[in-house]
Design a protein around this ligand. Structure first.
Ligand SMILES: C[S@@+](CC[C@H](N)C(=O)[O-])C[C@H]1O[C@@H](n2cnc3c(N)ncnc32)[C@H](O)[C@@H]1O
Length: 334
């Protein structure tokens, strides 16, 4: 059932961890795929990216979250990766059900309807949440890693909506000539990368999707709105919100939920590249056939200045001890 809780509140986090199901960790070993290549266990997060999606707020790391780890190859030097989990030296974290992940999956889960397509199985969190919805008939999930499929099936096949899920092994980007009501592309280790934009255009040209969404798409809108507001150009922020409302009312509702739950002292986490924000918003409008929406973003120079101001505000807060980690360095998912 779709959640009525605010994704930026603790109650939502608890609900989602509970939904996914914690793996029994009494022996601390978690569950491995049959071939031992993939491991799932609960881990207490310590990394900055366990912070909330749009904010620098740090959680205290006292909650254990399901974490998918991949066996290190012989070539990989053990123990030198700062993101390496404390649980074992043989595996490196691949993806965890952190606050950041739960919040950034909130919109695609809400939007999923009818015949759904997902690029990237990972923990299978999106697949499970989408399949559980009554408004969803089926979920086709692509992953190019077979070990992930096997572990997912072994752990979750008893759920009564599991038979709505079809697992496909292969390269999601090669998909062609298919029809889906909703497509969610989440195959990338980093957010705000150029491949997302190029792939969005290529995939929507080759296939017929009612709606196409990529992981962290909404952060470009949030960055823009926040940067405009921080530089005192509230009109630009408001204009964008109105335009976003025309294109996608859910986006606006999501940003409002963040606004409701964040504290005044929480600076928003932003994408530090105005050009990327602009291209990302343009790509979104293009694939939504909304190019004719009257959309006049401010010039890149103004956006750049605004982002610098947001950045300096963040470092002031850091000096005042309001934040633990401030630099927005996307080290990938952990
Ligand atoms: C971050 S995870 C997806 C998480 C997922 N949304 C969830 O809810 O748990 C990304 C997954 O994409 C897969 N992947 C990466 N590139 C791919 C590609 N070109 N085709 C299919 N799967 C891919 C990886 O193996 C990985 O399991």
């Amino acid at each position: 059932m779709a959640s009525t809780l605010n994704p930026f509140d603790d109650a939502y986090t608890e609900q989602e961890i509970d939904f996914y199901g914690l793996i029994d960790v009494k022996d601390g070993k978690g569950v491995q795929s049959e071939d031992g290549k993939v491991l799932l266990l609960n881990r207490r997060p310590k990394h900055p990216l366990f912070a909330e999606y749009f904010s620098y707020s740090q959680r205290d790391g006292s909650v254990a979250v399901p974490t998918l780890l991949k066996k290190l190859t012989e070539e990989q030097v053990r123990g030198t990766d700062p993101r390496l989990g404390a649980s074992t030296d043989d595996f490196a974290p691949w993806m965890s059900l952190t606050w950041f992940e739960m919040q950034s999956h909130y919109l695609p889960i809400r939007k999923a309807n009818g015949r759904v397509l997902a690029g990237g199985l990972g923990l299978g969190y999106f697949a499970l949440r989408a399949a559980e919805k009554e408004s969803v008939d089926s979920v086709v999930v692509y992953d190019n890693d077979m070990h992930t499929h096997n572990l997912f099936a072994a752990l979750h096949s008893k759920r009564d909506y599991f038979d709505k899920i079809e697992l496909r092994h292969g390269d999601f980007l090669e998909l062609e000539g298919e029809e889906f009501d909703f497509c969610y592309n989440d195959i990338y280790p980093y957010h705000a990368c150029d491949e997302m934009l190029d792939d969005a255009v290529a995939l929507t040209e080759k296939n017929d999707f009612g709606e196409y969404w990529w992981w962290t798409l909404e952060s470009a809108w949030a960055s823009y709105v926040h940067a405009m507001a921080a530089v005192g150009n509230e009109q630009a922020a408001l204009d964008l919100l109105c335009e976003a409302m025309m294109v996608d009312p859910e986006l606006v509702a999501f940003l409002s939920l963040f606004g409701e739950s964040s504290k005044a002292a929480d600076p928003i986490q932003f994408i530090p590249d105005p050009d990327y924000i602009n291209r990302s918003i343009r790509t979104f409008l293009k694939i939504r056939d909304a190019e004719d929406v009257e959309f006049e973003p401010v010039t890149l120079e103004i956006l750049g200045t605004a982002i610098c101001i947001v950045g300096s505000r963040a470092s002031v807060l850091n000096e005042a001890g309001a934040m633990n980690e401030t630099s927005f360095v996307d080290e990938g998912r952990v």
